[in-house]
Design a binder for this molecule. Sequence first.
Ligand code: ZN
Length: 250
Amino acid sequence: MFGYVLAVLGIVVGGALVYSIGYVVKRVRKISEIAFGTKDIVKGFQQQEELYNNTPKSVSGMTSVELPKILKDFPEFSWSEWKKICENTLRAYLEAIENKSLTYLKDASDAIKQQADLIIGEEMQLGITECFDQLQIHRTEIFRYEKKEGLCKIKIQSSLQYFYSKISEEKGKMIDNKIQQCRYDMELVFVQDMSKVDDDLAYEFIGNCPNCGAPMVAVGSTRRCQYCGTEVKEAYNTRIWTLHRIDKAK
Ligand SMILES: [Zn+2]
């Protein structure tokens, strides 16, 4: 009797299971059809990715709000000129990384050269080359103006696309190869007085001691290591706007 009940129970549960799997498969197809216009969900996701790769990323454009604030403090600031400089430097920065040469950045600030140099060094060590072909910049906008003690910052964002490929030299093979839509964040800084700048923020500009690697502090117009006393001339300009950072946004 007990065995019989168990068998019936087995059939019922099994049947329900088969029915629900069938139902789930049907639902997935239906969802895929609604979402992507195809019953094949994998194909749907691939089509979605292609569409995504061809759609420019939006930028946080606050230019109309932030620019008047900047002009109030810096009447001579020319956005049209800086926009051009930012876009040209961004192109040069990617060229420098692709060709592993800082000669492309001869007009850029020391900070940007150092940033590119770091990436080039890393990629040489890993034996990889990144190529950014057919680069197109869609839009460049100001997205924030920040006034801090001792310095001012203008954050800028560009939306762009390129045909991205990553090549491993060791294996001689292509790791990645596709059109990419992306955003890059850039930062213009105007240093008024580094001795007034908050330590955490100053660290970005000052960096570590080239001799012992310890953090350095600003002393007047130079920076000095707190441990070994090494002094280095500042790597930033004072009282002039400088494009100081370029970062790929996530
Ligand atoms: Zn030191």
